[in-house]
Write a protein that binds this ligand. Sequence first.
Ligand SMILES: Cc1cc2nc3c(=O)[nH]c(=O)nc-3n(C[C@H](O)[C@H](O)[C@H](O)COP(=O)(O)OP(=O)(O)OC[C@H]3O[C@@H](n4cnc5c(N)ncnc54)[C@H](O)[C@@H]3O)c2cc1C
Length: 426
Amino acid sequence: MKSLIWFKNNLRVSDNHGLTNACSHDSTIAIFCFNPIDFEKGDFGFRKTSAFRVQFLIESLLHLKEALRKLNITLLIFHDKPEITIPQVIEQYEIDTVYLQTEWTRDENDTLAKTKKNSNPTVQFIETCDQFLYHPEDVPFENFNEIPDVFTFFRKKVEKYGKVRLVLEKPDKKPASNLLKQKTKLPSLKELGFQDFRVDSRSAFPFKGGEDKAIERIETYFWKSKSLASYKQTRNGLIGLDYSSKLSAWLANGCISPRTIYKTVKEFEHKIIKNQDTYWLIFELIWRDFFKYISLKHKDKIFHLGGILERKYDWGTSSRILQQWISGNTNEPFINANMKELAATGWMSNRGRQNVASYWAKELEQDWRIGAAYFESMLIDYDVHSNWCNWMYLSGVGNDPRDRKFNIRRQADIYDKNGKYQKLWQ
Ligand SMILES: Cc1cc2nc3c(=O)[nH]c(=O)nc-3n(C[C@H](O)[C@H](O)[C@H](O)COP(=O)(O)OP(=O)(O)OC[C@H]3O[C@@H](n4cnc5c(N)ncnc54)[C@H](O)[C@@H]3O)c2cc1C
């Protein structure tokens, strides 16, 4: 009985059901593919991934490879299409079961379908759902069509009737004979077609990828600085490392599970303090789940111009306006500062993201999907569901029941009262 664990957005050894199940087989191999389509240009002309995100991914894989080696599991890394590589590995090592984390968006579905088609039909593909706080089997809805389109209804129901599963320990070590002789090399940024870069000294996200770094971040943010105890009061900040948890990029790559964060918040509440601020981090993780469920319910509509509401607006597609927005040359200094931060670092605060998205879609009235595609390209923490659903929300084609438009000057007055942030990124 030989298993293959196909790593994608679940780059960790703890609380990873796919890995643990794979380890129940006599022998286990791990694989990760840098899929060339992830580095191509997308529908709106932006490269799908920026150097910032690729660097974080490389760091995450470097750590995963070592963590797996300590469990006597070889991580094979290829720079090729999974539908080519995985069937070959299955054949070469006589694999009978492949474990992977389930994905349901367009490109991921295509890749999986092709991989299965090219593989020996007797091979089983078993999917797990480790990216959720509330596992799909534990939410109080009969099927995804029942998912409410309003966040508050969703949250109240899952909080009342749902449950968060316990965190799984990392699996036991396999015997040394499980390690393969075959070795593969982790490609560098340059080999993947990107220029090396230096982290901007002003960056609010100077962190590195990897499960170990995610745990370090929790150690600092929760236990050392106890910033969690004032999270709700600081989360609209714009400058520095600690205005919010900064866990999103590790979550997006699966270097940490939302269940582990939930468990640690509960420990913090037990040992240090339980207040509105500690609850609010869980509240935000429920937003993250909500958008995953919205994408499960509405499927490809999250990428459509009319969004899940199928609304028709007169959207512009001016390349001049796009260049002004991207380079931070609009009439709004607060928007400009945020866009410059994104271009220089791959990071932008939640407050900034809300403002620049609302400005793009509702003030400049440009096709919201272009803005979303630019974010997809740039964000270190890009997550397909969080990005596209937040964009829909702010563009009036998604889940905002009040269809709000941000008053940018007022937002700048409230959140950047003395202009410090705008000065930092002028
Ligand atoms: C236009 C737009 C695009 C966005 N694109 C992404 C994206 O691609 N990837 C991404 O992870 N987040 C995205 N967000 C959500 C949010 O801005 C980031 O999750 C957050 O800023 C990350 O910082 P943090 O980890 O310090 O968050 P914290 O404030 O510490 O929140 C903790 C966690 O809760 C989750 N979370 C918080 N806010 C949201 C939200 N609005 N929607 C979904 N999950 C949330 C994240 O996983 C986050 O790490 C987007 C928001 C907007 C308005």
